[in-house]
Design a protein around this ligand. Structure first.
Ligand code: AKG
Length: 275
């Protein structure tokens, strides 16, 4: 699971992302779909539409808590970052059939740096829980944009997004990639990668698990939430996420609440509880 070879690692460094096909067996990751819609938050995008997610930092003993701690995933994050890592946060980001919500163009690090993190020694592993394509709002990214450095993220419409002029300039190189994935595929992308995703114009759900990590020697001096502090990651072996190895898919791992200190508020995003 989640193996990466030298060539793939070189693509990650050059392009800012790499896709790993069939990174995890579908039967291992499919049970996570049961946590879609639980503890739901809504992020308001620039156009005022609602994008749904849930997120957690502290990992319990259920499947949601074991996945970000499982050795193959942690080893992959450490290879991408180039040293030991701690769990920053994970999230489920889903788009119901016909939903208008989008993720506006952004760099994750542009938000994370506001918590006093010195270096973009951070990465995200996105795992498709179902099939993602242009019609149902797959991840889009601008290849090579991770080399641009940190871009301003002003208020844009009802949300906050990367400076539209910079996005346009970077996109004009023709390097916008639609990251079409099958269930069980993964994409690893740099924290300075410009990315986003569109609406779901299809009659199919799109569900994405993101696990984000930070280098152990890159502490947040002013974390928005206590789970963003450097802490030891208690890993579990790959066998711990196999069906039958855990009692619950979700339940022990607490979802971040919209009123959690600074989450949403300080980041400038409007994050509200789903009705
Ligand atoms: O799920 C997606 O399409 C993208 C999510 C995203 O960009 C984020 O959570 O920062």
């Amino acid at each position: 699971m989640f193996e990466i070879d030298d060539e793939q690692l070189a693509s990650y460094r050059r392009d800012g992302y790499v896709v790993l096909r069939a990174a995890i067996p579908v039967e291992v990751v499919a049970p996570v779909l049961d946590a879609v819609g639980r503890g739901a938050l809504v992020v308001i995008d620039a156009a005022g539409n609602r994008q749904q997610l849930n997120s957690w930092t502290w990992c319990g003993d259920d499947l949601l808590g074991r996945l970000p701690r499982c050795e193959p995933l942690v080893n992959l994050a450490a290879a991408a970052i180039g040293g030991p890592v701690h769990h920053w946060h994970s999230k489920l980001s889903w788009k119901s059939p016909g939903s208008a919500g989008t993720w506006d163009w952004h760099q994750d690090f542009a938000f994370w740096v506001e918590e006093g993190v010195a270096r973009p020694a951070m990465t995200t592993i996105g795992i498709a829980l179902d099939d993602h394509d242009r019609d149902n709002g797959c991840l889009r990214l601008i290849e090579g944009s991770h080399r641009h450095g940190v871009i301003d993220h002003p208020a844009v419409g009802a949300g906050r997004a990367a400076d539209p002029d910079v996005v346009e300039a970077l996109a004009s190189d023709g390097k916008i990639i639609d990251v079409e994935l099958n269930a069980g595929d993964a994409v690893v992308f740099s924290s300075t990668m410009l990315h986003g995703s569109g609406a779901n114009a299809s009659d199919r759900q799109r569900s994405f698990l993101h696990c984000s990590y930070n280098a152990m020697d890159n502490p947040a001096s002013d974390p928005f939430i206590d789970g963003h502090q450097v802490h030891d990651l208690v890993t579990v072996p790959a066998a711990a996420i196999e069906p039958g190895a855990y009692d619950r898919v979700w339940g022990d791992t607490a979802f971040i609440q919209p009123e959690a200190t600074g989450y949403g508020g300080r980041s400038g995003y409007q994050v509200i509880a789903a009705e």
